[in-house]
Design a protein around this ligand. Structure first.
Ligand SMILES: Nc1ncnc2c1ncn2[C@@H]1O[C@H](COP(=O)(O)OP(=O)(O)OP(=O)(O)O)[C@@H](O)[C@H]1O
Length: 235
Protein backbone atom coordinates (compact mmCIF):
# COMPACT_ATOMS: atom_id res chain seq x y z
CA UNK A 1 0.00 0.00 0.00
CA UNK A 2 1.43 3.40 -0.95
CA UNK A 3 2.05 6.05 1.69
CA UNK A 4 -0.39 8.90 1.35
CA UNK A 5 1.05 10.94 4.24
CA UNK A 6 4.56 11.13 5.60
CA UNK A 7 5.74 13.26 8.55
CA UNK A 8 9.47 13.42 9.29
CA UNK A 9 10.79 15.10 12.43
CA UNK A 10 7.96 17.60 12.32
CA UNK A 11 7.86 20.35 14.95
CA UNK A 12 5.20 22.97 15.59
CA UNK A 13 5.52 26.01 17.84
CA UNK A 14 2.84 28.62 18.37
CA UNK A 15 4.47 32.05 18.61
CA UNK A 16 7.39 32.04 21.02
CA UNK A 17 5.98 29.32 23.27
CA UNK A 18 7.43 25.82 23.73
CA UNK A 19 7.07 23.31 20.91
CA UNK A 20 3.54 21.88 20.82
CA UNK A 21 4.70 19.05 18.55
CA UNK A 22 8.27 17.72 18.57
CA UNK A 23 10.03 15.30 16.23
CA UNK A 24 6.78 13.81 15.00
CA UNK A 25 7.47 11.08 12.43
CA UNK A 26 4.96 8.64 10.97
CA UNK A 27 3.55 7.41 7.69
CA UNK A 28 -0.07 6.74 6.77
CA UNK A 29 -0.88 4.10 4.18
CA UNK A 30 -3.49 4.89 1.55
CA UNK A 31 -6.78 3.19 2.36
CA UNK A 32 -6.02 2.45 6.03
CA UNK A 33 -7.97 3.53 9.15
CA UNK A 34 -6.14 5.36 11.95
CA UNK A 35 -7.07 6.56 15.40
CA UNK A 36 -5.08 9.37 16.99
CA UNK A 37 -5.28 9.41 20.78
CA UNK A 38 -3.64 11.32 23.59
CA UNK A 39 -4.59 13.34 26.64
CA UNK A 40 -6.31 16.68 26.30
CA UNK A 41 -3.71 19.22 25.19
CA UNK A 42 -1.32 16.56 23.85
CA UNK A 43 -1.45 18.16 20.40
CA UNK A 44 -3.99 16.08 18.44
CA UNK A 45 -5.84 19.03 16.90
CA UNK A 46 -2.50 20.67 16.10
CA UNK A 47 -1.29 17.56 14.30
CA UNK A 48 -4.53 17.34 12.32
CA UNK A 49 -4.20 21.01 11.33
CA UNK A 50 -0.79 20.25 9.82
CA UNK A 51 -2.30 17.27 8.03
CA UNK A 52 -5.14 19.23 6.45
CA UNK A 53 -2.84 22.13 5.62
CA UNK A 54 -4.40 24.72 7.92
CA UNK A 55 -0.91 25.38 9.34
CA UNK A 56 2.66 24.89 8.25
CA UNK A 57 5.12 23.23 10.64
CA UNK A 58 7.99 25.22 12.12
CA UNK A 59 10.38 22.43 11.15
CA UNK A 60 10.48 19.03 9.52
CA UNK A 61 9.10 17.46 6.36
CA UNK A 62 5.48 16.73 5.47
CA UNK A 63 4.74 14.84 2.29
CA UNK A 64 1.13 14.53 1.12
CA UNK A 65 0.08 12.54 -1.93
CA UNK A 66 3.76 12.08 -2.73
CA UNK A 67 4.56 15.81 -2.76
CA UNK A 68 6.31 18.16 -0.37
CA UNK A 69 3.42 19.92 1.38
CA UNK A 70 5.57 22.39 3.34
CA UNK A 71 6.97 24.19 0.32
CA UNK A 72 3.83 23.81 -1.77
CA UNK A 73 3.12 27.09 -3.61
CA UNK A 74 0.12 28.92 -2.14
CA UNK A 75 -1.85 28.68 -5.34
CA UNK A 76 -1.77 24.87 -5.16
CA UNK A 77 -3.10 24.73 -1.58
CA UNK A 78 -6.85 24.79 -2.49
CA UNK A 79 -6.39 21.86 -4.88
CA UNK A 80 -4.59 19.87 -2.18
CA UNK A 81 -7.14 20.81 0.48
CA UNK A 82 -9.96 19.51 -1.69
CA UNK A 83 -8.37 16.07 -1.49
CA UNK A 84 -8.76 16.10 2.32
CA UNK A 85 -12.18 16.20 3.97
CA UNK A 86 -12.33 17.61 7.48
CA UNK A 87 -14.93 17.11 10.20
CA UNK A 88 -14.16 19.79 12.79
CA UNK A 89 -14.55 19.27 16.52
CA UNK A 90 -17.12 22.11 16.60
CA UNK A 91 -18.67 21.17 13.19
CA UNK A 92 -18.29 24.71 11.75
CA UNK A 93 -21.54 24.58 9.84
CA UNK A 94 -22.71 27.92 8.45
CA UNK A 95 -25.68 28.72 10.73
CA UNK A 96 -27.76 30.77 8.29
CA UNK A 97 -27.49 28.18 5.49
CA UNK A 98 -29.76 25.12 5.34
CA UNK A 99 -28.34 21.62 5.85
CA UNK A 100 -28.64 21.18 2.07
CA UNK A 101 -26.67 24.36 1.34
CA UNK A 102 -24.00 23.49 3.91
CA UNK A 103 -23.42 20.15 2.18
CA UNK A 104 -23.43 21.83 -1.25
CA UNK A 105 -20.86 24.44 -0.18
CA UNK A 106 -17.64 22.64 -1.23
CA UNK A 107 -19.09 21.91 -4.68
CA UNK A 108 -20.22 25.52 -5.12
CA UNK A 109 -16.79 26.78 -3.99
CA UNK A 110 -15.19 24.43 -6.52
CA UNK A 111 -17.37 26.07 -9.20
CA UNK A 112 -19.56 23.08 -10.03
CA UNK A 113 -22.64 24.07 -12.07
CA UNK A 114 -25.86 24.18 -10.02
CA UNK A 115 -27.47 21.54 -12.26
CA UNK A 116 -24.82 18.99 -11.16
CA UNK A 117 -25.04 19.77 -7.46
CA UNK A 118 -28.49 18.58 -6.49
CA UNK A 119 -28.03 14.84 -7.11
CA UNK A 120 -24.86 14.42 -4.99
CA UNK A 121 -26.27 16.58 -2.18
CA UNK A 122 -29.47 14.50 -2.07
CA UNK A 123 -27.36 11.34 -2.12
CA UNK A 124 -25.31 12.62 0.82
CA UNK A 125 -28.41 13.61 2.81
CA UNK A 126 -29.77 10.09 2.30
CA UNK A 127 -26.43 8.50 3.19
CA UNK A 128 -26.34 10.25 6.56
CA UNK A 129 -30.05 9.51 7.12
CA UNK A 130 -31.25 13.12 6.97
CA UNK A 131 -33.27 13.26 3.75
CA UNK A 132 -36.12 14.99 5.58
CA UNK A 133 -33.91 17.64 7.19
CA UNK A 134 -32.37 19.29 4.10
CA UNK A 135 -34.18 22.59 4.68
CA UNK A 136 -33.32 22.80 8.38
CA UNK A 137 -30.77 25.34 9.57
CA UNK A 138 -27.99 24.01 11.85
CA UNK A 139 -29.22 25.72 15.06
CA UNK A 140 -32.47 23.72 14.79
CA UNK A 141 -30.65 20.38 14.42
CA UNK A 142 -29.47 18.13 17.26
CA UNK A 143 -25.74 17.68 17.91
CA UNK A 144 -25.76 14.27 16.18
CA UNK A 145 -27.64 15.66 13.18
CA UNK A 146 -25.20 18.56 12.87
CA UNK A 147 -22.34 16.10 13.09
CA UNK A 148 -23.78 14.04 10.22
CA UNK A 149 -24.26 17.16 8.07
CA UNK A 150 -20.62 18.04 8.80
CA UNK A 151 -19.55 14.54 7.68
CA UNK A 152 -21.65 14.80 4.51
CA UNK A 153 -20.05 18.18 3.72
CA UNK A 154 -16.58 16.75 4.38
CA UNK A 155 -17.01 13.83 1.98
CA UNK A 156 -19.17 15.25 -0.83
CA UNK A 157 -16.06 16.15 -2.82
CA UNK A 158 -14.87 12.50 -2.56
CA UNK A 159 -11.67 13.28 -0.63
CA UNK A 160 -8.85 10.76 -0.50
CA UNK A 161 -8.32 11.39 3.21
CA UNK A 162 -11.03 12.06 5.81
CA UNK A 163 -9.88 13.71 9.04
CA UNK A 164 -12.29 13.88 11.99
CA UNK A 165 -11.48 15.62 15.26
CA UNK A 166 -13.33 14.08 18.25
CA UNK A 167 -16.38 13.18 16.14
CA UNK A 168 -18.14 11.40 18.98
CA UNK A 169 -17.42 14.00 21.65
CA UNK A 170 -21.01 15.24 21.90
CA UNK A 171 -23.14 12.29 20.84
CA UNK A 172 -24.71 9.33 22.64
CA UNK A 173 -23.35 5.77 22.15
CA UNK A 174 -25.97 4.88 19.53
CA UNK A 175 -25.05 7.92 17.44
CA UNK A 176 -21.33 7.21 17.92
CA UNK A 177 -21.98 3.75 16.49
CA UNK A 178 -23.81 5.26 13.54
CA UNK A 179 -20.97 7.70 12.82
CA UNK A 180 -18.49 4.86 12.99
CA UNK A 181 -20.51 2.96 10.36
CA UNK A 182 -20.28 6.00 8.07
CA UNK A 183 -16.49 6.15 8.50
CA UNK A 184 -16.13 2.42 7.92
CA UNK A 185 -18.25 2.52 4.77
CA UNK A 186 -16.04 5.31 3.40
CA UNK A 187 -12.95 3.35 4.36
CA UNK A 188 -14.25 0.34 2.44
CA UNK A 189 -14.47 2.58 -0.62
CA UNK A 190 -10.76 3.31 -0.23
CA UNK A 191 -10.75 6.58 1.74
CA UNK A 192 -7.94 6.88 4.29
CA UNK A 193 -9.51 7.74 7.65
CA UNK A 194 -7.86 9.60 10.54
CA UNK A 195 -10.00 10.03 13.66
CA UNK A 196 -8.74 11.86 16.76
CA UNK A 197 -10.59 10.55 19.79
CA UNK A 198 -10.52 9.80 23.50
CA UNK A 199 -13.23 7.20 23.01
CA UNK A 200 -11.67 3.77 23.60
CA UNK A 201 -14.96 2.03 23.00
CA UNK A 202 -14.89 3.46 19.49
CA UNK A 203 -11.27 2.43 18.95
CA UNK A 204 -11.95 -1.14 20.03
CA UNK A 205 -14.81 -1.38 17.57
CA UNK A 206 -12.58 -1.09 14.48
CA UNK A 207 -10.50 -4.25 14.48
CA UNK A 208 -8.28 -3.29 11.57
CA UNK A 209 -7.59 0.29 12.69
CA UNK A 210 -4.10 1.41 13.65
CA UNK A 211 -3.27 3.59 16.63
CA UNK A 212 -1.15 6.69 17.01
CA UNK A 213 -0.71 8.14 20.47
CA UNK A 214 0.50 11.64 21.24
CA UNK A 215 2.19 12.27 24.57
CA UNK A 216 3.33 15.82 25.25
CA UNK A 217 3.64 16.56 21.55
CA UNK A 218 5.52 13.38 20.70
CA UNK A 219 4.18 10.36 18.88
CA UNK A 220 4.58 7.09 20.65
CA UNK A 221 4.25 4.04 18.52
CA UNK A 222 4.93 1.12 20.81
CA UNK A 223 3.87 -1.45 18.23
CA UNK A 224 6.02 -0.03 15.43
CA UNK A 225 2.96 -0.35 13.19
CA UNK A 226 3.15 3.14 11.80
CA UNK A 227 6.55 2.73 10.25
CA UNK A 228 5.61 -0.54 8.61
CA UNK A 229 1.85 -0.47 8.23
CA UNK A 230 0.37 -3.90 7.58
CA UNK A 231 -2.08 -4.40 4.75
CA UNK A 232 -5.61 -3.43 5.62
CA UNK A 233 -7.66 -6.42 6.66
CA UNK A 234 -10.33 -6.94 4.03
CA UNK A 235 -13.76 -8.09 5.18
N1 LIG B 1 -3.56 28.77 18.13
C1 LIG B 1 -2.84 28.45 19.22
N2 LIG B 1 -2.01 29.34 19.80
C2 LIG B 1 -1.27 28.99 20.89
N3 LIG B 1 -1.28 27.78 21.48
C3 LIG B 1 -2.10 26.86 20.94
C4 LIG B 1 -2.93 27.13 19.80
N4 LIG B 1 -3.62 26.00 19.49
C5 LIG B 1 -3.26 25.08 20.42
N5 LIG B 1 -2.35 25.58 21.27
C6 LIG B 1 -1.72 24.86 22.39
O1 LIG B 1 -1.14 23.67 21.89
C7 LIG B 1 -1.31 22.59 22.81
C8 LIG B 1 -1.98 21.42 22.10
O2 LIG B 1 -3.33 21.80 21.75
P1 LIG B 1 -4.24 20.88 20.84
O3 LIG B 1 -5.55 21.58 20.69
O4 LIG B 1 -3.51 20.51 19.62
O5 LIG B 1 -4.41 19.60 21.80
P2 LIG B 1 -5.45 18.38 21.73
O6 LIG B 1 -4.66 17.15 21.99
O7 LIG B 1 -6.22 18.45 20.45
O8 LIG B 1 -6.41 18.70 22.94
P3 LIG B 1 -7.99 18.34 23.16
O9 LIG B 1 -8.07 16.84 23.28
O10 LIG B 1 -8.30 19.03 24.45
O11 LIG B 1 -8.75 18.90 21.98
C9 LIG B 1 -2.12 23.13 23.98
O12 LIG B 1 -1.22 23.47 25.01
C10 LIG B 1 -2.75 24.40 23.42
O13 LIG B 1 -2.94 25.37 24.40
Amino acid sequence: MANIVQFENVGLRYGTGPETLSDVSFTLAAGAFYFLTGASGAGKTSLLKLLYLARRPTRGVIRLFGEDAVTLPRKRLPGFRRRIGVVFQDFRLVPHLSAYDNIALPLRIAGMPESEIEAPVREMLAWVGLTERGRAKPPTLSGGEQQRIAIARAVIGRPEILVADEPTGNVDPAMAERLLHLFESLNRLGTTIVVATHDFHLINRVGHAQMMRLDNGRISDPTGLLRHPPRRVEE
